[in-house]
Design a protein around this ligand. Sequence first.
Ligand code: PAF
Length: 286
Amino acid sequence: MRVAHTTSEVRRQLKNLRGHKTIAFVPTMGCLHDGHMSLIKEAKALADIVVVSIYVNPLQFGPNEDLEQYPRPFERDAQLCEKAGVDFIFHPTSLYPKSGPKVTLKATKLSDSLCGASRPGHFDGVVTVVNILFNIVRPDFAIFGEKDWQQLAIIRRMVNDLQMPIEIIGAEIKRESDGLAMSSRNRYLSDADRLQAVTLSQALIAMQALAASGERDVETLKNRAQEILTSANITTQYLDVRNATSLKSKRKLNNQSSRAFIAAPIGAARLIDNMPLIYNSQESTI
Ligand code: PAF
């Protein structure tokens, strides 16, 4: 495994491989967990060469967010990558000019709601850095976790709208044994927070079960989840059901694919989760 710290090093190292080897890319902010490992596994199955970037991107953090505290255990991350068979790590110190970037991308409509509503500019920072990373690595495939579903939907649109020759792959959410979605931010949770945090996935599972039993009405589904969250003293930042691709709000489940989304502050962490809602029309007519 090779580790590159500068753009020119990565470009040089990948230059001779391009054309006769396929490249799969897993962009990360480090502090790797089993969720990231599953992205790497997916990347290895897809392509000859796997590149992982580790870069805590300042442009996607708001002024009161956890940029400074964000964990950066690089040695441990590098060992995990080595063990998982990663070929290259790209670990830049910065990806922006010293005076700050003067040209950036904007995610527009898809970033107005859900996480974008409480994190203004976050997705602009994400699409800008992902675009920079894509320009450096020039992968055939890029793999993103479905936990950040809104991010994945926006990146799919970026690649589509800007005609980038890259196939975007979404990888299923990895969960702890009790259902909590894996996240680098779970390490901010105290034992008591950790117990409370599992309620997020429980609320989503309850919505799934209700939808599977034939309930189409989104308000009813949300009320069920809200009951569970309230009994665990959780105040959500959002709880909503959206079209999985357009992220438009839904009032009734239908044949188009729907997802339930949730975000809540728990202890020092802000956690997000999402699950598909499959409406069983057979049950409702019985
Ligand atoms: O999902 C993440 O870890 C980040 O948003 C990403 C895609 C690496 C961009 O900084």
